[in-house]
Design a protein around this ligand. Structure first.
Ligand SMILES: NC(=O)C1=CN([C@@H]2O[C@H](COP(=O)(O)OP(=O)(O)OC[C@H]3O[C@@H](n4cnc5c(N)ncnc54)[C@H](O)[C@@H]3O)[C@@H](O)[C@H]2O)C=CC1
Ligand SMILES: O=C(O)C1=N[C@H](C(=O)O)C[C@H](O)C1
Length: 263
């Protein structure tokens, strides 16, 4: 039985993750970390399930008091990083969906995992379809060096570009021959019009109400374009990946970054 702590239980992803844990025979929710409601239980908070599961505002207090195997981290970048680090320091294995960690933070977590010999999985996108989109894009980039990534999300998202777009660009970089795209003399009339520049390719972030999580990777060459597209139409799309990562994280002693390394 895997004992689970969820950080962010009132969030869109956190509330879905509670349902996932409740539906699994080998997972048991033992605590939640929330920025409000310290000392209460889930059943005392309006809108949360009728469960006698304690809520902590202080992650370190939670990890010290509660015996747990896995932290499912679904909050915001700065706090999420602190939770992840503290969990590993307390022998609890993080499964991290929170996006927006810096390269330095990832390196710090990698070091901590090797030092403590403890597993941690950080996946910018837990939807299997999104992982396939990234892998297909990596293959296509071997043949099409001109590529724009367009990611579209709801307007409550804090980080841009999305974690998925960053991971896609990193995977493409690994197979694409470097190319500075566009016209050598091009000029932006409005700053940012051509999007972010990552290794010569362009990333565009759209934020609009009504969207969930969507990405198109468009490759262009003489006389043709290839578009690889994924849409998450609800947050249930991410749960299978969280389940897979929760099984895998118990077997490893390192940081795995990206669900493609788990599938
Ligand atoms: N890896 C993946 O497949 C996916 C990752 N995400 C990421 O998961 C995270 C959460 O996404 P959503 O649930 O959509 O967001 P949300 O805004 O619905 O929920 C955020 C949660 O974080 C909590 N929170 C906010 N500030 C906090 C603080 N300072 N300290 C502690 N908790 C705090 C909120 O109370 C809430 O529970 C984001 O980083 C998002 O990018 C979202 C969807 C899929
Ligand atoms: O904030 C979101 O909603 C999502 N965040 C992740 C990201 O930054 O890529 C995953 C998915 O796109 C939804």
């Amino acid at each position: 039985m895997k004992r689970i702590i969820i950080a962010g239980p009132r969030g869109k992803m956190g509330s879905e993750a509670i349902k996932l844990v409740q539906s699994q025979e080998d997972m048991h929710l033992v605590a939640c970390i929330d920025r409000r409601n310290n000392g209460r239980t889930l059943q005392d908070v309006e809108g949360l399930p009728n469960l006698e599961v304690p809520i902590f505002e202080d992650a370190v207090e939670c990890f010290s008091e509660i015996e747990a195997d896995i932290l499912i981290e679904l909050t915001v970048p700065e706090q999420g990083y602190k939770h992840t680090k503290a969990a590993m320091e307390h022998g609890i294995r993080p499964v991290v969906g929170t996006t927006g960690f810096t390269e330095e933070q990832l390196d710090e977590l990698r070091w901590l995992a090797s030092e403590r010999k403890i597993g941690c999985i950080i996946a910018p996108n837990f939807a299997i379809g999104a992982v396939l989109m990234m892998k297909f894009s990596q293959i296509a980039a071997q043949y099409f060096p001109d590529v724009d990534i367009i990611e579209k999300h709801h307007d409550n998202k804090l980080d841009a570009p999305s974690g998925t777009a960053v991971k896609t660009a990193e995977m493409i970089k690994a197979s694409r021959e470097y190319k500075e795209q566009g016209h050598a003399k091009e000029k932006e009339i409005y700053p940012g019009a051509r999007g972010a520049d990552y290794d010569g390719m362009r990333i565009h972030s759209v934020r609009l109400p009504g969207l969930v999580a969507h990405q198109e990777v468009i490759f262009g060459s003489a006389g043709q374009t290839l578009t690889i597209k994924h849409d998450s139409i609800n947050r249930n799309s991410f749960m299978e990946g969280i389940k897979l990562a929760s099984d895998k994280v118990m077997e490893i002693e390192e940081v795995i970054y990206g669900l493609e390394n788990v599938l």
